[in-house]
Design a protein around this ligand. Structure first.
Ligand SMILES: Nc1ncnc2c1ncn2[C@@H]1O[C@H](COP(=O)(O)OP(=O)(O)OP(=O)(O)O)[C@@H](O)[C@H]1O
Length: 331
């Protein structure tokens, strides 16, 4: 069955929910440490949702709860249309999970690892061979298919791990920090594979510490900090949340820097680098007005920086430097 948004995910299940994931008031504590502190979120079918957060934010715990590996203390969640508490078996049969710790058996070849998953999924032999062959091609592992996985690079192992998750053809996959530790090229390869899955209609719930990854892949991003979603939206919406834009002027010499500092009181200056930083809302009008007031001889260079997800992440999750609490950030 090909799923499109608006169709019930679980035709035979108890519910007829149309979202791939719905979470309401999810909570989990370890002793006194509340690591998931009331999370609500919805992921439409066929989209990518990225849960972005620093170490210890509660990302893996959330994935473990949603994939039924860990019981929640409170709250409700429906995954692939099934209730994670009452219909855990159906949830497990509908999803694929690739965790931070690989499921690859390094003593087996890539092909054998995939066949093993096919056996576990009770695929009939002919179908299994065809699925395994297709996955080896799709994940650029065909040439290495009959080598033991112990000889694979980190990127190849990660691709094999993801391919193993897909043997049973799940329409919803959880990727917990899929590219942590990979070099930029392997990371981009994996992003390409994820995009291909999404193009086929698969829903992806991924956790990441990499802002670029969320920016590249996700339709919506939830910023998790201390077990709470402190912001949620598209990458563009999140970037508008924080005033991260600035213009950096390179002064010709220290005298000119002093002049510029008098002209723009409140700007940050760096006497060693001879630079002056002005906050800037990213609009052309403000930029033109700003430049019109500057003497040509005073500056030798200029850089315009618009807010990026880094600014968002730091503003929302770095309590040691952020003056405002997340609630103070305009929505
Ligand atoms: N089994 C456990 N017992 C006690 N505390 C735990 C357990 N598992 C996780 N924690 C704690 O829960 C908090 C959230 O952990 P979690 O692994 O969900 O965070 P994360 O956002 O995935 O971080 P990372 O990016 O480092 O994987 C951490 O403070 C962690 O130490």
């Amino acid at each position: 069955m090909t799923l499109t948004q608006g169709q019930p995910l679980s035709m035979g299940g108890m519910t007829t929910r149309t979202s791939a994931i719905e979470v309401a008031g999810l909570r989990k504590s370890y002793g006194d440490n509340e690591v998931v502190a009331g999370v609500d979120l919805t992921v439409p079918v066929g989209t990518v949702y990225a849960l972005l957060g620093p170490n210890g934010a509660g990302k893996t715990t959330t994935v473990r709860i949603l994939s039924t590996l860990l019981p929640a203390d409170a709250g409700e969640a429906w995954v692939a249309g099934y209730d994670i508490r009452r219909e855990a078996d159906q949830v497990r049969a509908s999803i694929g999970v690739t965790g931070q710790f690989s499921a690859v058996d390094e003593l087996l070849t890539g092909r054998e690892n995939l066949r093993l998953m096919a056996d576990l999924g009770h695929l009939d032999r002919r179908h299994a061979e065809s699925v395994v062959g297709q996955l080896l091609e799709r994940f650029h592992l065909a040439d290495a298919a009959d080598r033991r996985a112990v000889t694979y690079s980190g990127g190849m192992k990660r691709r094999l791990d993801l391919a193993m998750t897909l043997v049973a053809g799940p329409r919803l996959i959880f990727l917990d920090e899929p590219t942590t530790g990979l070099d930029p090229r392997s990371r981009r390869d994996l992003w390409g594979i994820v995009r291909g899955l999404v193009a086929d209609g698969v829903t992806v719930f991924l956790t990441t510490q990499y802002l670029e990854e969320a920016d590249q892949l996700a339709d919506r991003i939830g910023v998790l900090d201390g077990g709470q979603l402190v912001a949620e939206g598209t990458a563009a919406e999140l970037k508008r949340l924080v005033p991260g834009g600035h213009v950096e002027l390179q002064a010709a010499d220290s005298e000119r820097l002093a002049e510029l500092a008098r002209q723009f009181p409140g700007a940050n200056t760096n006497a060693t680098a001879l630079t002056l930083n002005l906050t800037h809302d990213g609009s052309l009008t403000t930029l033109r007005r700003l430049l019109a007031g500057i003497d040509d001889d005073a500056v030798t260079g200029l850089a315009v920086h618009t807010a990026d997800l880094d600014d968002v992440f730091l503003a929302l999750t770095d309590h040691s430097t952020a003056d405002e609490s997340p609630e103070d950030v305009p929505a």
